[in-house]
Design a protein around this ligand. Structure first.
Ligand code: ADP
Ligand code: MG
Length: 227
């Protein structure tokens, strides 16, 4: 038996505001092996984005443990943690966070730039991924010249460019029309699977959730398996 790629153990998250404590997550535990995918559904404000941030090493849990490839990222110092995040985790957001002044290829290479000039191998991988998501002819275009679905597909390629262990997507199809959403969803499910990458998608789309291996619902601070 190999270790799970991702483990969340008894995650609890409390936000402290000036006037009160807000308990957002309680006793959240699950684990995932390489190549598995999972959907998280739940009402607005239930803590879905908070959980993704915790799993993505962006925000420490109040208590509980996250392990990615056996490593607790919150035990690393700030520099190590930033490097770990950049190399091991791919993020896809609803509003894609592409840089407007950079073209499609440059945006896809963004995670690689943290390490200096991208190697030829990484450039070739970026080009292959863009081809894979149907954007080969758009590599020199700016984000403003793309449709919403195309931008989201750039975000998919960018999230995968450094071969992360885990891809985290927060409502990736939330702003798209049905046809574009289906397109993005298909690529989002196919490519990580081919590469044995763990994929977690927060989504309101029942059809996307139903295409995934497992479904969990976040409600009243708890994460429960619903399918
Ligand atoms: P979801 O993504 O499911 O809509 P969020 O994770 O964004 O939910 O938020 C969960 C709850 O935590 C909400 O009540 C939100 O207001 C609160 N919250 C999120 N971030 C913070 C923060 N930095 N400080 C205080 N409260 C927060
Ligand atoms: Mg959210």
């Amino acid at each position: 038996m190999t270790n799970p790629t991702l483990e969340a153990i008894e995650i609890r998250k409390v936000y402290q505001t000036l006037s009160e404590e807000i308990v957002v997550l309680e006793s959240v535990s699950f684990s995932m092996n390489a190549g598995e995918n999972l959907a998280i559904i739940g009402p607005s404000g239930s803590g879905k984005s908070t959980l993704l941030q915790i799993l993505g090493t962006l925000d420490a849990p109040t208590s509980g443990i996250v392990r990615i490839g056996g490593q607790d990222p919150y035990e690393l110092n700030e520099n190590q943690q930033a490097k770990f995040r950049n190399e091991r985790i791919g993020f896809i957001f609803q509003d894609h966070h592409l840089l407007p002044q950079w073209n499609v290829l440059e945006n896809t290479l963004l995670p690689a730039l943290a390490k200096g000039k991208p190697t030829e191998e990484i450039r070739q991988r970026a080009i292959a991924l863009l081809e894979r998501v149907g954007l080969k002819d758009r590599m020199t275009h700016l984000p403003s010249q793309l449709s919403g679905g195309e931008r989201e597909r750039v975000a998919v390629a960018r999230a995968l460019v450094l071969k992360p262990m885990i891809v985290l997507a927060d409502e990736p199809t939330g702003n798209l029309d049905q046809q574009s959403a289906e397109n993005v969803a298909r690529l989002l499910l196919e490519v990580p699977k081919e590469e044995n990458t763990v994929l977690i998608v927060v989504t309101h789309s029942i059809s996307l959730a139903e295409q995934m291996q497992k479904r969990y619902e976040l409600r009243n601070r708890k994460l429960t398996r619903v399918g």
